[in-house]
Design a binder for this molecule. Structure first.
Ligand code: GLP
Length: 258
């Protein structure tokens, strides 16, 4: 695992945006780049930077197919807190991606299990995900793979933990009763099947999750720790998120990235 420690969240976003732009360059309609994407406050600035780069003519999403990580169960796609809305308002609607190429799980599907199986099949049809970008929850979850999710899991329905419900209630006016209890999410195995995985974490609230993911054991309690087994896993964090790493770990990653 590579761990890149940047000064602040702006530098994390700038790195992630440049990384994505560099990877998608040169792809064609016949061989599109397949990009896995998260929602949340962490990738917000990365999307803003990518939109800026698109407006400057430095990047195009015309030959990119995307698969979002997750979606709440029971929220209509027009609901202000649905991940559909987030993606269209903050990214897809502001760049040249073809609407049919932007895939997001349907949390309103009548048969949720079938929707998850369809999603996995569609990813396979495209030959798998080239680069999966993600964030992490305070409890170390990636996508909605809550603690004790199978590290081999694929796309499925997950019940959200109280910690996640409380943490995400900030988007629902602080009212936990408004936060859906379930979500559809790609599995840890789905993420690990991507050719590259880029996880972003910023702010001191993520420091424990970062420590457990980097220095802790490969363990289903902190699902981000599964990144340790990926041949091309990169964790990009800012100084506050690096706050609980031991001095030796911190120095190691700072040195090696010089
Ligand atoms: C949610 C999402 C995750 C995201 C996490 C952290 O639970 N399902 O994909 O990584 O929140 O969000 P934030 O970036 O807002 O801290």
């Amino acid at each position: 695992m590579r761990v890149l420690i940047k000064n602040d969240e702006q530098s994390v976003a700038a790195f992630a945006a440049e990384y994505i732009a560099c990877r998608i360059k040169g792809h064609t309609g016949e061989a599109p780049f397949v990009l896995g994407l998260p929602t949340g406050s962490t990738p917000f600035k990365t999307y803003a930077r990518l939109v800026e780069m698109y407006r400057e003519g430095r990047v195009s999403f015309a030959n990119v197919v995307t698969f979002n990580m997750d979606e709440y169960v029971g929220l209509d796609r027009e609901h202000p807190q649905s991940y559909h809305r987030f993606m269209w308002d903050n990214f897809f609607g502001l760049v040249d991606i073809k609407p049919e190429n932007a895939n997001i799980l349907d949390g309103m599907a009548l048969d949720l299990a079938e929707e998850c199986a369809r999603y996995e099949k569609k990813i396979q049809w495209y030959g798998g995900i080239d680069l999966f970008m993600g964030g992490i929850g305070t409890d170390g979850h990636i996508a909605f793979n809550e603690p004790f999710s199978s590290l081999n899991s694929r796309t499925r329905v997950k019940t959200l933990t109280q910690e996640t419900i409380e943490s995400n209630s900030r988007f629902f006016g602080g009212d936990t009763s408004q936060v859906p209890r379930e979500a559809l999410t790609v599995g840890v195995g789905t993420i690990l099947s991507a050719k590259e995985v880029l996880i972003l974490a910023t702010g001191s609230a993520k420091a424990t999750a970062v420590k457990m993911g980097v220095e802790g054991a490969y363990n289903h309690k902190w699902t981000v720790s599964a990144l340790q087994t990926h041949p091309h896993g990169i964790l990009v964090i800012d100084e506050p998120a690096a706050g609980e790493l031991t001095v030796n770990t911190y120095r190691y990653f700072k040195e090696i990235e010089k």
